[in-house]
Each structure stands twice: as C-alpha cells, then as structure tokens.
Ligand binder design. Structure first.
Ligand SMILES: [Zn+2]
Length: 339
C-alpha cells in the first residue's frame, strides 16, 4: 500500500515544500538495505502503529518505506549517504573514526530519525494531528543530540528501528534506536537536553507566548562537563557522543566512554555488549528508547509546552503496556542467553 501522502500532504521530507512531480526518498537508503540483507522481502519492517483507525499492524519490505522528496533536495543530501556509509562501516568493524566522520554519522542519524517520523505520521494517518512544521533540512544538526554506539558480538545480518512506532515518537521525533547488523545506535535529540551538563549556556526560563513563539532566558555555562551528561537509565554499555547545538554555544562532539571523557579521535568507537542475543538487546533498547521518550515529554511539559492531558494519558498507558509486554518477552526469551 502506498503512503498516499496523508499527513505530509505531498510535501518534501527535506524542505517541507510542496512537491509537483512524484519523487520519493527511501527512509532507509538502499546501501543500508544491501549491507543488512534487507533489500528483499525476507526480513521486512514490522510494527504495530497507533493510527487514526486504532492499532494497525504494518508488515512491509524496507524498500516500501518511502516519503515524498524533491529530486533536487534528494541529490543535495546524497553526499551525506556516502559519508555516513563509510563511517558506519568503520564503526561496525571497529576501525578508527575521525571527529569529522562521527559528525557526519550523527547528521545521518538525524536524517533517518526525522525521515522515519515523516513516514510514521503519514502511514498512521496522523492520529495526534501533529503539525509537520519541519523537515530533515531544518532538523539536521540543529538541536542538542547524543548518539550512543554499542557493538554486539554477533554476525547476524539485520536491520531494526526501535521505539519509533510509539505515540511519543509520533508526537516528537526525539528518541529512537537503529540496529544495523552488530551495531546498535541510540539517538536522542531535543532542545537544550545536554547544554547545562556539558558546561555551556542553558535556559532557566521558558516563556510560551500565545502566538506559538518561545522565549528563553539563558544562564552562563559552567565551562566544564559534569558526568553523567545524560541520565543512563538501563546501564546499556556503549560509547556515547554528546553535542549541544540548541543555544548560542555550539559544541563539538564530546566522546564519553565508561563515564570518562575520551580524547578524540578515538581509535575504536563503540563498546562491546557481550553475552546478549540480538533480540534481547533490541528488546532492552526498545524499552530504553520509550523511557527517554517519556522523559522528554515530561521535560516539554515542565518547560510549559501545551500537552493535552488526553494525549499524555494515552502515551503513559501505551508506555506502561509496552514496557511490561517487552519486559515479559525479554525475561521469557532472553534471560537464558544472559546466563
Ligand atoms: Zn525539497
């Protein structure tokens, strides 16, 4: 079934402008499908989405996950694909990654996260009536972001997107995770989530005006990072990179491994996550992503963003149900692997 442009209304995923000629962008690029053995129908994308008609089960080959895009915007961003591929393959094989490569990889993760959000909102019929006010071009490298890379000891090919079928993700694409063969990448990005603890200028007050504008009052940064920079909820091992981009201070990516700020460039990127199956690791990551989505929703509410109580209850119910379902599946299936 085609997307039928619901929600995105035939607008370009990159710039958000109208599309006059049919042209599409793959949410997961072809190179990533080839590398993970997901070009065919054997390992499709599977999700249970909250749609405008209740829950729907989506079961589609990854290549069918497309969003509208201008040809010109598409080719403007195609260079990023080559750069991200090089970085991801280096990470996967434990090779050296330069700061520049890591930045390109972080940009690509922003791209996939926002692209996937457009697809999910379209496919679900936008039950939350989320205004699609930004596309990939507006959101790439513009807000505080963290990426954390964990490497699994496995040779199983495969591709998974975790935490992106939730209502929390539909509301704001701030947290998701990607499994690319043995590489697990957590991506969390939202306004000012890292600035204060990274030691940069951070907001003390958020004033929402009636015309939708947000005015913030900033305090000066401490000048030095405080570890942990972002709460670690599940203790999942990994090398994390943090960057603040929301405020007047833009930082370089800061790499933290085992709670230690590492001098960069790192020789190897990504801590090993041992003695866990792929499905067990994915289940834990899904829970972690959902927990971060809930945390960020609470943060938006605390900053005075208008969040309808109905939506908040809906997300909370969904969140609780999912966490208990996943933990049941996880403890039933994955625990023997952990022993
Ligand atoms: Zn465009």
């Amino acid at each position: 079934m085609s997307i039928d442009r619901i929600g995105t209304k035939g607008r370009c995923v990159f710039c958000g402008e109208k599309l006059f000629k049919k042209n599409e962008e793959h949410v997961i690029p072809k190179w990533a499908m080839r590398e993970t053995g997901t070009t065919g129908t054997a390992r499709p994308f599977y999700a249970k989405l909250h749609s405008s008609r209740g829950y729907i089960r989506v079961h589609e080959p990854w290549r069918k996950l497309t969003v509208p895009a201008h040809q010109s915007c598409n080719s403007e961003f195609s260079q990023l694909e080559n750069l991200a591929r090089t970085a991801l393959l280096a990470i996967q094989s434990g090779d050296e990654v330069t700061p520049r490569q890591l930045g390109q990889f972080a940009d690509w993760i922003d791209k996939v996260r926002v692209g996937f959000w457009w697809w999910v909102v379209s496919r679900s019929g936008n039950p939350l009536n989320v205004p699609m006010t930004f596309g990939i071009a507006d959101r790439l490298g513009t807000k505080d972001r963290l990426i954390r890379v964990s490497l699994l000891d496995c040779t199983t090919e495969g591709l998974n997107i975790l935490g992106a079928s939730s209502l929390g993700f539909q509301n704001q694409p701030s947290a998701f995770a990607l499994r690319f063969n043995n590489v697990l990448v957590l991506s969390v990005s939202s306004d000012f989530i890292l600035a204060e603890r990274m030691g940069y200028a951070y907001p003390t007050h958020w004033n929402h005006s009636s015309d939708g504008l947000i005015e913030i009052e900033l305090a000066e940064g401490r000048g030095a990072p405080r570890i942990p920079i972002f709460p670690r909820l599940f203790g999942i091992p990994g090398t994390a990179a943090y960057q603040t981009l929301s405020g007047p201070d833009k930082s370089p990516l800061m790499v933290v491994d085992n709670e230690q700020v590492k001098p960069f460039p790192t020789s190897r990127f990504g801590s090993r996550w041992q003695n866990i199956s792929v499905s067990g690791a994915c289940a834990l990551l899904e829970m972690e992503v959902r927990a971060y989505q809930w945390l960020l929703l609470q943060q938006s509410a605390a900053q005075g963003a208008k969040i309808s109580p109905v939506f908040r209850d809906l997300v909370l119910t969904e969140h609780n149900k999912t966490i208990s379902a996943i933990s049941r599946a996880y403890f039933d299936r994955a625990l023997p692997v952990l022993r």
